[in-house]
Write a new protein. Structure first.
Lengths: 508, 285
């Protein structure tokens, strides 16, 4: 670290502010619930959504109580029975293509709204979130009239009404992950965005109106945990899809037990990002930064445990610190910003608490020197070195810009440490040796593995976890199948359980 | 002169061995007419936990075996069942009060189910996996992998031998290891099957079989933190929703009860697999 002077580094990086204009937004002072194609007032006490970067109110948001949930589910059921299930797959696809195009047309507006409401840097919402939203709708649009190829045999059936509850870390992208495959498969939807990030979903509702999507096919209800609970437990929903914490995932798995509802759960993670001594170090350092500091670490698949081979530990950690000193933390709408705001005060407090525990449990804490804005919720990029496998910050999901560094000597030790968690969502491997990557990937018990890259997402690529990171997949053919049921294969297999009347003896 | 028969002692099957229940408990198994058949082991919570330990220990080796290898091992089970066909027919006639033709049909169907599933072992990855064309310079592949240790409540009535094939074969062919709670009323076929497994090429611990009360043992398996999934195929008459609620604590994959022996299906194979997607960067600059 002696070769880097923080003073000169900060002068070198003293960029002029380049904020994205909010004039592209046409926000309303208050938003209702989007039920049966129209905005209606909710019956709960409305709440405000704020910008986590300034703590200023953006808009007043309706709160759906159980009667609103009933109305939304009834609208979805009616749309399913009367309209959506009667449309051809080709026509369902055309609506989804329309939506994809409208998202592209309004991409900048959606990106600005997302960064304003969520706190993520505009370069991420503009270059990652929103382009992926359009890609997701475009991808699944094409599936709508090709369901016979989904891998479930001929004429697979839609499930009916899907109840979907999504988190605040990728508000619009998570909506796309849920809504696009559900509609392509022929289901109708009631979706609840997170309490702190409802804005982009409500703009998306306007897009649905522009697309002239039949009323009730997608219903968007806002509210907190109790709204989500009422939705998931509604007796007239056939499918539950949830992305969020493992604790809530468990509660949902319990509440749907015995109901026959098909469930997809995308829950927490504690991903290992494994760096071998034969890795391309420059790329690996960028990958580690992207792995844990992308979206302020508010990523379920974040590479929150750096497993670095012992002999390159010092070099990697030094380079990592140098790199973190060049990251710019601040206004999410500034195009130069690398690290935006923490999404809520509650989350900031959790990150602070877990970081303090990490320090108390003996890990070495290092925080990137950067100025923290006066208002809003911020947490500077932080590294914990010499973290033991039993440490709380090596076991629990921090969901913030906090990296735990552990070391290993052999590939077998790396695999054992990587798998030493009840989670199993994702992992990273950095090495220039292909055969080693393949062998290590085989040994990792995780649903998504990135080799010499990290945090890549694509609508064609299934995403989801092993073990307590949940079940079911989103993305690709597998993600489509999660919204369908097989009508039966009609295969010879069925015949093999019937009584066989003749049996030829083996000639030997 | 009539020869005095030699009755068989039926024990548990854990880790490739045949222990008695650590609890020392047994229960009486009778024909439908009430005639004494045998004293079966009444497995305890400790036996269930021992079986999970054995299953977990067997998982790395079994899941790392090639599909071709596992397929041959399953086929070998069918071969040995075929060789002992008459024994199983006689046993089903005695224990389930089936007619000879019904018992024969069940044994044959069970053998054929093992063979049907054996053939999937080196194919299900192709059918359930996928090469994914992502928008970027990445080689991206999804493959199904075994979920881990699977607890199974075997079909409870009328299908003792076929029921076991219908639930064990689809789970183990992918590399899972299993702890099976046999039919309480007709446990003898399960232990006779265990004798086949023990003398075939199935590594010890891949299949573990407990006899006794599913109502007593299943909750411990549903709640066990080192069990990854539970198949409630034969749990129809238990409080199976409670079992599913217990299983939710560790986010187990759960298959709901079915009526009778589940028909062979690829869905049962894939139900206890996890899709792993690996992104390989094609170029580094």
């Amino acid at each position: 670290m002696t070769d880097v002077n923080p003073q000169s580094a900060s002068r070198f990086l003293d960029y002029a502010p380049a904020p994205e204009s909010t004039s592209i937004l046409h926000l309303k002072p208050s938003y209702g619930l989007f039920i049966n194609g129209e905005f209606v007032d909710g019956h709960g006490d409305s709440f405000q959504t704020i910008s986590p970067a300034t703590e200023k109110t953006i808009a007043e948001i309706s709160n759906a109580d159980s009667s609103d949930v009933d109305a939304a589910v009834a609208a979805a059921r009616s749309a399913y029975t009367r309209t959506w299930s009667k449309l051809s797959g080709a026509d369902r696809g055309k609506y989804l293509f329309r939506i994809a195009r409208l998202v592209q047309e309004r991409a900048r507006e959606l990106a600005v709204a997302e960064s304003l409401d969520n706190g993520k840097p505009i370069k991420e919402s503009r270059d990652v979130d929103v382009p992926l939203v359009a890609a997701w709708f475009f991808y699944y649009a094409g599936w709508a009239d090709k369901l016979d190829y989904a891998g479930l045999g001929p004429n697979p059936r839609a499930l009916g009404v899907a109840a979907q509850v999504i988190p605040w870390n990728f508000p619009l992208l998570m909506l796309a992950w849920k809504v696009a495959p559900a509609l392509a498969a022929g289901n109708t939807v009631v979706i609840k965005p997170a309490e702190t990030t409802p804005l982009s979903a409500l703009i998306f509702a306007e897009i649905l109106q522009q697309a002239d999507l039949p009323a009730g096919v997608v219903n968007i209800i806002t509210g907190a945990g109790d709204t989500g609970e009422a939705l998931v437990n509604h007796p007239d929903v056939n499918k539950v899809a949830f992305t969020g914490s493992t604790a809530v995932g468990r509660a949902i798995a319990k509440s749907v037990a015995g109901t026959g509802k098909k469930v997809t759960l995308e829950l927490g993670g504690k991903a290992a990002n494994i760096v071998f001594d034969d890795a391309p170090i420059d790329q690996a350092v960028e990958g580690i930064v992207n792995g844990i500091f992308f979206n302020q670490g508010h990523v379920c698949c974040a590479g929150s445990r750096l497993l670095v081979q012992e002999n390159i530990h010092d070099e990697v950690v030094d380079r990592l610190k140098s790199r973190l000193m060049t990251l710019r933390l601040g206004d999410p709408l500034d195009k130069n910003t690398d690290i935006g705001a923490i999404n809520s005060r509650e989350q900031l407090e959790r990150i602070r608490e877990l970081s303090d525990i990490g320090e108390k449990e003996g890990a070495d804490r290092w925080t990137a020197p950067c100025a923290i804005p006066e208002n809003g919720f911020w947490f500077a990029p932080t590294i914990f070195d010499n973290v033991s496998t039993s440490s709380t910050i090596a076991r629990e999901e921090v969901f913030g810009p906090v990296l735990s560094v552990l070391t290993f000597r052999t590939p077998a030790e790396a695999i054992a440490k990587a798998n030493n968690t009840p989670y199993g969502l994702s992992a990273g491997i950095w090495s220039d040796k292909g055969s080693k990557i393949l062998a290590v990937a085989d040994g990792l018990r995780a649903g998504v593995i990135w080799a010499n890259t990290f945090n890549r997402f694509d609508p064609a690529s299934p995403f989801g976890g092993f073990k307590e990171s949940g079940y079911g997949r989103e993305g690709g053919r597998h993600g489509l199948a999660a919204y369908l049921e097989s009508a039966g294969w009609g295969s010879p297999a069925a015949g093999s359980t019937t009584v066989s009347t003749t049996r030829k003896q083996a000639s030997a | 002169m009539t020869r005095l028969a030699v009755p068989k002692t039926y024990k548990l099957y854990i880790g490739g061995k045949f222990p008695r229940s650590e609890s020392g408990r047994t229960y009486e198994v009778s024909t439908k007419d009430g005639a004494f058949l045998a004293n079966a082991s009444l497995a305890s919570r400790k036996d269930a936990r021992d079986a999970v330990v054995a299953a977990r220990a067997a998982f790395p080796g079994w899941s790392a075996a090639t599909g071709y290898n596992r397929g041959q091992v399953l086929y070998r089970i069918a071969e040995l069942l075929e060789g002992r066909r008459d024994q199983f027919v006689d046993e089903l006639v005695a224990t389930e009060s089936l007619t000879k033709s019904a018992a024969t049909s069940q044994v044959d169907t069970a053998i054929d189910a093992w063979i049907w599933y054996a053939g999937w072992a080196d194919k299900y990855v192709q059918v359930a996996g996928n090469a994914n064309a992502v928008s970027g310079p990445y080689f991206n592949m999804s493959t199904p992998e075994p979920t881990g240790v699977v607890a199974i409540v075997a079909p409870q009535s009328g299908n003792a031998l076929l029921g076991l094939a219908s639930v064990i074969a689809p789970a183990i062919l992918t590399g899972n290891t299993v702890v099976v709670v046999a039919s309480q009323a007709a446990p003898l076929a399960a232990i006779s099957l265990a004798e086949v497994l023990a003398t075939s090429d199935v590594p010890g611990g891949v299949v573990n079989i407990l006899t006794g009360s599913p109502a007593e043992i299943a909750p411990w398996l549903a709640g066990h933190a080192d069990v990854n999934a539970i198949d409630l195929a034969g749990a129809e008459l238990l409080h199976w929703v409670d079992l599913q609620v217990i299983a939710a604590d560790t986010l187990k994959r759960v298959l709901a009860p079915v009526n009778g022996a589940p028909a062979p299906s690829l869905e049962r194979v894939v139900a206890f697999t996890e899709t792993k997607t690996v992104w390989h960067t094609k170029s580094l600059i």
